[in-house]
Design a protein around this ligand. Structure first.
Ligand SMILES: *Cc1c(COP(=O)(O)O)cnc(C)c1O
Length: 285
């Protein structure tokens, strides 16, 4: 996977020491070349679950729409490193909106990628308009890292578009408290002012955020920015990510220590995607 980093994120990590959490998140490491046993290029088996162009179905009632393969910054632990930053075609040629219109059992669509907010305003609006025109889609969500990696993307013009398609929920992706900057807070405030509920997903990363103090500061800081910590993910078995993957035992110990000492709102669910895909499962805490 190529390197991609925004000037904004560069400004956060430029003066940090080489092993700082944000540097390890975004800067390549030679260990990425070591593929460990049990790791896969496509750890969630998404190529086998693709039902239309960029549309992944692992559940009977909800789907994942991969709207682009591009992101503002490329996280070195990316589960879709095989396609991130490429123009690789998806397997299916069927139009995803055509497929969704005909599947009345689908009630929930998560627009992700890549990061859909790397698309231009007109393209974001085209996707939302097409999804909203499908009456059985009750829940539309967008998965985006823009508030963390490119907060300048959350412009008044974009927010005006997002506001036109309620109820629209956002899944954000903050990894470390160093990302909770005034600019990120402004981006989240704009989104909340437009009535968009904000959730966050974090991947548990070895030496980056897999300790109690870091996750407490991250999740309490998110609450102060009006963002609900939703999932803490055990790292997927993506090829060349063993040096960044923490362990379920560590996640469990941190969440146990959080219970009873922080606001319940600050405690996410601990989740794992099974290798090869299918429904996520909640790890015991
Ligand atoms: C994670 C995921 C979803 C959304 O799951 P929630 O648990 O409802 O957030 C939908 N489709 C796929 C393929 C997924 O991996």
């Amino acid at each position: 996977m190529p390197l991609a980093i925004t000037p904004y994120v560069m400004s956060l990590l430029a003066l940090a020491p080489p092993d700082s959490p944000l540097r390890r998140t975004y800067l390549p490491d030679t260990r990425e070349g070591c593929v460990s046993p049990g790791e896969f290029r496509d750890p969630l088996g998404e190529e086998a679950h693709e039902v239309a162009n960029g549309l992944i179905q692992s559940y009977p009632h909800k789907v994942l729409l991969l709207a682009t393969r591009d992101c503002a910054c490329f996280c070195r632990f990316c589960t879709r490193a095989r396609t991130t930053g490429t123009t690789k075609c998806y397997n299916s040629r069927a139009d995803p909106f055509w497929w969704l219109e005909r599947r009345v059992e689908i009630r929930d669509v998560l627009v992700s990628g890549g990061d859909p907010l790397t698309l231009g305003d007109a393209e974001v609006e085209r996707i939302l308009r097409k999804l909203r025109a499908i009456p059985h889609l009750q829940l539309i969500r967008i998965g985006t890292k823009a508030p963390a990696s490119l907060p300048q993307r959350i412009t008044p013009a974009l927010v005006k578009i997002l506001k036109r398609y309620p109820p629209l929920w956002l899944s954000l992706h903050f990894t470390h408290p160093a990302e909770l900057t005034p600019r990120a807070a402004t981006a989240c405030a704009r989104l909340r002012d437009a009535g968009l509920p904000l959730m966050n997903q974090t991947v548990l990363l070895r030496g980056i955020n897999d300790d109690l103090d870091t996750l407490r500061e991250l999740n309490e800081g998110l609450l102060r920015m009006g963002v609900k910590p939703y999932y803490l993910h055990q790292g997927d078995l993506a090829a060349g990510t063993a040096h960044l993957r923490s362990t379920p035992a560590k996640g469990r110990a941190i969440l146990r220590a959080m219970a009873g000492t922080v606001s319940g709102y600050a405690i996410p669910l601990f989740m794992r995607d099974p290798p090869g895909g299918g429904a996520k499962t909640q790890l015991p805490v």
